[in-house]
Design a protein. Structure first.
Length: 438
């Protein structure tokens, strides 16, 4: 974006172009999940009249080799684009010295870079605790699972947020016995409660062990396995343990305080809606800000920062228009205001929820879990939010995203043609249910 607007750009890169999103987080995990989705589809094959599906099994070594290959290919594509756009890439680490100076520590020594604008986009890393130290073999963070050559016989996943739920679902579909340790009453505590309820029911029906209201006290290696001890004294034995305990921003050692950049709780860089920090000329984007840990939000923050810094038209970040997705089976996609905001009186909105069990395409595909939920302002009927729980919900939610971002009414959504039969028909039908006679 900065180069497109005429800026001379240098990138200081430590771990590889694309960062954790491309190399250790989003791209690898979703590539792994793509394979697990096929396995989930195979489970339902008998209902569709296919009888040889039970012979399919996952070769984790081959799966992880593909994961790493695709991540590297994506990083290489980014490198080609930077080169094409005339962007200088400096391999090393960097710190701020104030006054628009970045000092990069490279293999060839220090390199000082004078800059009018600095964008801090250093990401985050998995949180660990002293009582559960990853060893990269049996006790793992989500960045380390791609070195496994054999499928865990029993994977204990600690943490039932998005990362924990995604990996728990993926490994269970690939063939592992999975125990999910959840400290809350329900998995995915930050998501729509109805959606989380559907997913938890699906997990249990498929044979996953979900331990609700359970907190991990410690994880220790025991030979070729692990022992997870809970705070109430119960223990869970498994072959491997995956820690999904949240993220820590990569904000240490950057010289932020010395440069006048304020950080908040947990070390996250404080930014406004156009990605400015408290230091003149210094912007920040992505997981290091803790605004909303999504690759799409990070990219938008960066684009907004460069547009603001270089004098282009700027539309400040509006979190109410952010689309997010949980890549489980079924997927959970959300946009705009949700049920909690309505229940708390944050917005006056009406809601309709349609189960996918009534959708003809869902019946044909053997889909029985999921729903479409639509929120619209009382009176005007303007769509302000939505939830889709379905296979490929990440694709289906785009219609609701357009409706929210363009302030469409339920009538406008309902009057747009949908294919019959299709899952999107449920989106239009939900909108029709919210129609008010004029």
């Amino acid at each position: 974006m900065a180069a497109q607007l005429g800026g001379q750009v240098s990138v200081v890169d430590r771990d590889g172009l694309g960062g954790s999103t491309v190399l250790t987080d989003c791209v690898p995990s979703k590539t792994l999940i793509a394979t697990s989705d096929l396995m989930t589809g195979v489970e339902g094959a008998p209902e569709l009249g296919l009888r040889s599906a039970s012979q399919v099994s996952a070769d984790l070594s081959a799966v992880n080799a593909r994961v790493k290959r695709l991540a590297l290919a994506q990083s290489t594509d980014i490198a080609r684009r930077l080169d094409r756009d005339g962007i200088t890439v400096v391999r090393g680490t960097a710190r701020l010295e104030g006054g628009g100076v970045v000092v990069a520590q490279t293999d060839d020594g220090e390199q000082r870079i004078e800059a009018d604008v600095v964008l801090v986009a250093t990401g985050a890393h998995p949180r660990v605790v002293p009582t559960a130290r990853p060893d990269g073999e049996r006790i793992l963070t989500w960045e380390q699972v791609y070195d496994l050559s054999e499928l865990p016989s029993h994977l204990v996943v600690v943490g039932s947020g998005v990362t924990g739920a995604e990996f728990a679902g993926a490994y269970h579909a690939l063939g592992s016995e999975v125990t999910l340790v959840s400290s809350r009453d329900q998995v995915l505590p930050g998501e729509d409660s109805d959606a989380a309820g559907v997913l938890e029911e699906v997990f249990k029906r498929r044979g996953m062990h979900v331990l609700s209201r359970s907190r991990m006290a410690s994880v220790e290696r025991q030979g070729d396995g692990v022992l997870v001890t809970l705070t109430d004294g119960r223990t869970v034995q498994g072959s491997h343990c995956l820690l999904a305990l949240g993220s820590i921003p990569n904000s240490e050692g950057l010289g932020l305080a010395e440069a006048g950049v304020e950080t908040g709780d947990g070390g996250f860089v404080t930014v406004d809606k156009v990605s400015r920090t408290s230091a003149p000329g210094v912007y920040a984007a992505g997981d290091c800000t803790g605004v909303l840990m999504l690759a799409s939000v990070a990219a938008m923050q960066g684009r907004i920062a460069m547009a603001h810094a270089l004098g282009d038209a700027v539309r400040p970040l509006d979190l109410r228009q952010v689309v997010s997705n949980v890549f489980t089976a079924p997927e959970i996609a959300t946009v705009g205001y949700g049920q909690k905001a309505v229940d708390d009186g944050e917005i006056d909105a009406e809601c309709v929820m349609l189960e996918l069990s009534g959708n003809p395409r869902a019946k044909m595909d053997g889909v029985r879990d999921g729903f479409v939920k639509l929120f619209a302002r009382s009176g005007s009927g303007i769509v302000v939010g939505g939830v889709v729980v379905a296979p490929r919900a990440s694709e289906l939610v785009h219609a609701l995203s357009l409706a929210v971002s363009c302030s469409l009414t339920v009538d406008q959504v309902a009057q747009a043609f949908t294919v019959y039969p299709s899952m999107t028909g449920s989106v239009a039908e939900a909108a029709r249910r919210l129609h008010k006679r004029t």
